[in-house]
Each structure stands twice: as C-alpha cells, then as structure tokens.
Design a protein around this ligand. Structure first.
Ligand SMILES: [Zn+2]
Ligand SMILES: [Zn+2]
Length: 564
C-alpha cells in the first residue's frame, strides 16, 4: 500500500503492445494483466486476494481498475485462464463497473465464475465458453487457448497474438505426465507456438524456488490408497471444490475400497454437478449418497468430501471442528484428510481448525504430510521446459512474491533469454513493445482496493486505519451539548471509552480530559460554537493531543456534538 509515482506515457503512433500487471506481481493473489494495443485492450484474469491478519474486517482485496477505466473505449474482453479465486474473484466487481464485457474461458471456468458471482446478483453474465485449442478474436487481438495441467479442470495457457507480436501467458500450470483425466498439457501446441515465435512470455512463479519437478496428481492417489487401507472408520476428505482431479481421486478410491461417497456443501455439489455435465468426472453408478444417508451406513463404508481447507469460518470443516455442523458430527474414529495447503495469509485459521479437529479425537492428515496433497504449480524443471518450448524473446515472471519473480527471471536467463530482456516488474509497471524496443516505460495504479462485508461498498484505507487503531488503542467518545439559543456549552462534556486506558489510571484521566475539554470549549467564539463541524474538530484535536501526551496512545476519537 505504498504510494507510488504514477507516470503513464502517451501511447506511441506506431504499432505497439503494452503489458500491464495490475495485480499478482510481488504477491500471490489478485492476478490481473492488461494487454493493450493501438486500438484494443484485453484483460487476462481478474482475481482477488485474501487479506492478511492486519487488515481488520476487510473481506477481500481486489485490483485498482483505473488503467482500464481510462481506456474503456478499447476494452474488448476478459480472458480467463482458469477458475481459481485469485484469477476470477474480481470479475463480479469488474462487471459491475464494465457491464457486458465478454468473459472468455472454458466451460468449467465459466461455471466456476457463475457460482462465485451468484451472491452479486448480476443477472445474465456475458460468459463466452471456449474449448482448449479454440481461438477468439477481439479487434486486432487474437487469443488461442492451450490446454495445460493445474489443480483445477479446464485450465489453459493463452497465446495472445497482436500486430506487434505474440504474448504467451502460461496461467497457473504444471506439467503432469500422468494426470488423472489422462490429458497431459498440449505439448504439440506449445511447441508450435514457440516455433511461430513469441515476443514475450509471462509465467507462473509460485514454485520458482522449488528444484525438480512437481509431483503428479497420481501421487495423491497412492497416498489415498494408503490412507484408505488403514482407516477403519469414516474418511473425510477436504479440498477446494474446484479441484476436480482431487474429487475424481476420492470417488475412485471410494469405489476401490467399497465405500459410498457423499459431498457436503453447496460449492462442492455445484462443482460436482457441472464437472459431471461437462465430462470432467467419471462417477460409477450407486456410489453417491446424500449426506443424510451417511448415518445409516457402517463407518467403514463412508467417505465424505467437503470444503474448508483454508479454515474459512463458515465452511463445513470449521463448523465441524467446533461441533457446530447440522449434518455431520466428527467422531474419534474418523480420519480427516486435508488435501490442500494453506494459502499465505490463511495459516492461522487453518491451524486453528486443525487443532480443534485434534481436540475431537479424530486422526488428521494435512498438508504435504503423507503426500495427501501435491502442488498445482510447476517447479524449476517444468518452468525451464516451458521456457524451452516457448523460447520467448522477452520474459516477465508473474504470479509470485518478489523473490520468486527474481528466481524465475534467473531461470529464464539459463535458457538463453538475455538478462536485459527479463523484466522483473511489480503491479502497475507498464512494459511496452514496438518494432524498435521493448522496455519498462512507466507506472500506473497497481494498488489494492479493499472490499468490506457485503462488498457493495469499497472501503478506503482510512477505514482500515481506524480499525487498526481501534484494535490497538481503543476508542474514546466525547459528547458535547450546546445550547443553540444561548450559544454556549451545557454542563461538562461526557467521555466514554472502550479499551483505551488501563483501569487504574482511567478514572482520573477521564476527569482530567473532561475539564480540559470544558476549558477549551470556553475559549471558542460563539461563531465557532455555532458550527458543529468546527466544534467536533476542536474536540477531536484537543483530546488526541492530550491523550497522546499523557498515555502515548492514539485511540479512535469520536466527538459527538448535540444541539439542544
Ligand atoms: Zn490456480
Ligand atoms: Zn493462481
């Protein structure tokens, strides 16, 4: 949230393409990149980020859309690589501001967007469904969707062709040679695109610091086999609803071990429904049961799959962990497999939930323990393979914290990308290419927009600052009554505090503040007293100064002026 000096040079007359990440560079989350040419502009992904623990009451963080807003006449489409929240979570907010922008992605990505946007009541959404291999054209920009592997079905890389050259965006990816759906990444298409020539590649840096290869989803299957053969009671598997390959593995293992499987929670059942509809899931007959039917089965015949791997307070798992779930109560004999790792920022709530599950006496297997989870992101050898397939002239590492971006940039140079052609950039940086040059030429707004509660109002950083102060230094309310006729204060101001002062000192201090305020008010002219805003400001400033000088604290001060 640092202030940044904004400088957006005028677009050149000759053909150009600009790449502007508005989020996701220097952090994990809220991925969004603008690709802009002379006459057209597309956005790749529009994600959200979960707030860290310092952001009191902020529910989600989205991107500053200023750069798009200023060029709205060129805006053609949002191209979506896949349906994870850090890529789609900002779309409802984007559509609220830029309605009817085509949102282009695979069918299952579209279904995930629809499910996530439901509470926003946007009506019919302008979703455009494509299949891997399809090309779409918006003005002078053409985008080809390329099948790759990731921890969600329907994930694609994008080859975006512009008059100034091709921009290749990997999206989130890994290379899985033995994926559950039997479809490894489309190596032929990747090689062809590399052969055709790529001006600049943007690539997923999540695991840029991890040497070797990311393990195949198949490994999770082996872990499930071990877990299923040991478990004598019920098995509860927790993952992201969008992790269709993981759902498939749970179903396959339930079948193999003669268990039935129930899916718990709306998002799980949504995904189950449309993944099946779009042919992403194989479900044997008679294996699905309703959660209500689980009670009638023997414990060793039951698998339940649900969400809540991030410790989300209202999720199925969190509620179960405190015995507050209406449909499922955890028994000491249950085995709980948390088939995911915490997203940065969520660790505390995840471990709180896990601790509670242990308290209930259940066996808990979590994280990478026992290989019950593998990453959906490419490690170094796969990143190198992607670089060698695409052979870009320029390289921009994205989707990672700064150190990951730097590491990924160094990897690129090992494959022959010139060090000066690697741009390690941050949100808001503008990279421009013409026939003559490729360079970082300026900076636009790349900051965060904080969304609170219902998400209907975006809140400013001032609100956040208030909440931070409230939690650290408490609140002081001062009530001043003014006689409107006589234009003078009535009695001594009242002061109420919460969490601001320590008990022993508080009574004496409050008395002092009251008389101090009275004295200040007595010095105000009748003109000043007539203006309630000015009285409020005087009260606030006087209290802030006095409280700070006596306690070194800065509580939130709420002056209330009543005219009687
Ligand atoms: Zn993803
Ligand atoms: Zn992502």
């Amino acid at each position: 949230m640092k202030t940044q000096s904004i400088s957006v040079p005028k677009a050149p007359k000759e053909p150009f393409v600009r790449i502007v990440p508005l989020g996701g560079c220097g952090e994990i989350g809220r991925n969004m990149t603008v690709i802009e040419t002379n006459d057209d502009l597309v956005v790749v992904d529009c994600g959200l980020m979960f707030p860290d623990e310092e952001m009191f009451g902020v529910d989600i963080v989205i991107n500053d859309f200023s750069y798009v807003r200023e060029r709205v006449h060129k805006l053609r489409a949002v191209l979506v690589t896949h349906g994870h929240e850090d890529h789609i979570g900002g779309i409802p907010y984007f559509l609220r501001e830029f309605p009817n922008t085509p949102i282009v992605g695979t069918a299952i990505t579209g279904a995930l967007i629809k499910a996530k946007s439901r509470e926003h009541k946007l009506g019919e959404m302008p979703l455009v469904a494509v299949a891997p291999g399809d090309r779409v054209r918006y003005g002078e920009i053409e985008a080809e969707f390329v099948h790759i592997n990731h921890s969600v079905a329907g994930a694609c890389s994008l080859a975006i062709r512009t008059p100034s050259g091709t921009i290749f965006h990997t999206g989130d990816f890994k290379f899985d040679q033995t994926p559950i759906d039997g479809r490894p990444a489309d190596f032929a298409a990747l090689a062809r695109i590399g052969e055709e020539g790529v001006l600049c590649m943007l690539a997923d840096s999540t695991n840029a610091e991890r040497p070797g290869h990311t393990q195949s989803e198949r490994v999770v299957g082996e872990a499930f086999t071990t877990i299923f053969s040991k478990a004598t009671g019920r098995i509860l598997i927790v993952s992201f609803a969008s992790n269709v390959p993981r759902i498939q593995q749970a179903i396959d293992h339930a079948e193999k071990f003669g268990r039935k499987i129930a899916f718990l929670g709306r998002s799980m059942n949504n995904v189950l429904h449309f993944a099946r509809e779009h042919g992403h899931l194989r479900i044997p007959p008679d294996i699905l049961v309703k959660i209500e039917e689980v009670g009638a089965l023997r414990a060793d015949q039951v698998v339940v799959m649900t969400t809540g791997s991030q410790g989300e307070p209202m999720s199925g798992l969190s509620r179960m962990s405190v015995r507050d779930h209406p449909k499922f109560a955890i028994d000491p004999g249950d085995t709980i497999v948390i088939s995911a790792t915490p997203i940065p920022g969520n660790e505390k709530s995840v471990y709180r939930t896990i601790n509670n599950l242990y308290r209930l006496g259940a066996t808990v297997i979590h994280g990478n323990e026992g290989r019950a989870h593998v990453s959906g992101h490419a490690s170094q050898e796969e990143l190198l393979l992607m670089l060698n397939l695409i052979r870009p002239e320029y390289f921009i590492p994205v989707h990672g914290e700064y150190r990951m971006l730097v590491t990924h940039g160094r990897l690129a140079t090992k494959t022959g990308v010139h060090p000066e052609s690697v741009f390690v950039i941050e949100n808001g940086d503008i990279v421009e290419f013409t026939a003559d040059y490729g360079d970082k030429i300026g900076k636009t707004y790349g900051g965060m927009v904080l969304v609170d509660g219902t998400g209907l109002g975006e809140m400013g950083e001032a609100v956040l600052r208030d909440r931070k102060m409230l939690s650290h230094d408490g609140i002081v309310t001062a009530v001043v009554a003014i006689d409107a006729e006589e234009v003078q204060t009535i009695g001594v101001p009242d002061i109420v505090t919460r969490g601001a002062f320590y008990e022993p000192e508080s009574e004496e201090l409050i008395e002092h503040l009251r008389s101090h305020l009275s004295a200040m008010l007595a010095t105000l002219s009748s003109d000043a007293l007539r203006d309630t805003n000015s009285v409020r400001e005087h009260v606030r400033a006087t209290l802030a100064k006095e409280i700070f000088s006596r306690t070194r604290r800065r509580p939130v001060i709420v002056p209330i002026v009543i005219e009687a």
